[in-house]
Write a protein of this length. Structure first.
Length: 279
């Protein structure tokens, strides 16, 4: 099923409850720009609201994930009076919150599927996802220092939480290029698939998550992410709230029934019925 994004620079198809979002500027390594980025920003809340979407997977057309911001557009003056420093900071802050901030907090599992390079703000998008998978010929690089920039879209917040502060500093300071195998070794990607079958393997990986208990996975995600900045007692309280809510859900009832009947649970055979039971 095709989901309209308003532009050919961003494609979205629904496959077996996976919203497959494709950055579609292969001639520019899917670099972010004034058309693609607002479209992605607008699409994410729509996918979060859809009951037929169980997982969001972002990938890139061609042989790249995303090369970051379109450098050819950087430094180009706009029309009208120049914004103040404070206005520029406020604008960029809002853009970050509504893109990688939204992606990080999305109440559904998110996957970045890297068929090739993820660099700069493109890497930020990948880091904002719950999981990253890669083609065996993909690579990841912070890249910001190479264009004299300090980093944005949450890269300097996400990366230390994934690989540790010292390693994150090294990756930023030296702009080291990580192969897919190296990224797997440090836990930055979850799986690496052969390039020849990457897109099929990536979709299969996502389908497994998409057919899981969507509301339960959202609660697990909230527990894990909030726990990074909570005290242990606060984490206990959140876990308790989510555990009690999960235990009373239609998803738990289906899982328990499936266990007793020695079958696989079917969480989404009656998606709307499950949704209504928990509202």
């Amino acid at each position: 099923m095709h989901i309209d994004t308003g532009t050919d620079e961003l494609l979205c198809e629904l496959h077996q409850r996976v919203a497959l979002v494709t950055l579609n500027k292969p001639h520019k390594k899917n670099a972010l720009g004034d058309i693609l980025t607002p479209a992605l920003r607008a699409l994410l809340p729509t996918l979060e609201r859809r009951s037929d979407v169980g997982c969001v997977m972002i990938t890139g057309a061609g042989n790249a994930f995303c090369a970051g911001g379109d450098v050819s557009e950087m430094g180009t003056p706009g029309t009208g009076p120049a914004p103040t420093q404070e206005e520029r900071v406020a604008t960029l802050t809002q853009k970050q919150r509504t893109l990688t901030g939204c992606l990080y907090n999305l109440a559904k599992p998110t996957i970045a599927a890297l068929p090739g390079a993820a660099a700069g703000a493109g890497l930020s998008i990948a880091l904002a996802c719950d999981l990253r998978i890669a083609s065996d010929d993909a690579f990841l690089v912070t890249a910001f220092r190479n264009v004299g920039l300090s980093g944005d879209y949450g890269a300097t917040w996400f990366l230390p939480r994934l690989v540790g502060l010292a390693r994150a500093k090294s990756l930023f300071y030296h702009s080291l290029r990580l192969t897919a195998a190296e990224a797997l070794d440090i836990g930055l990607v979850d799986r690496v698939f052969p390039a020849a079958t990457f897109r099929e393997a990536a979709l299969g990986y996502a389908v497994d998550l998409a057919h899981g208990p969507t509301q339960t996975l959202a609660r697990i995600k909230q527990n894990l992410q909030s726990g990074l900045d909570q005290t242990l007692n606060d984490a206990f309280a959140m876990e308790a709230r989510n555990m009690i809510a999960s235990g009373a859900s239609a998803e738990a009832r289906e899982a328990i029934s499936a266990f007793k009947e020695k079958r696989r649970p079917s969480f989404h055979q009656h998606t709307e019925q499950l949704k209504g039971a928990d509202e």
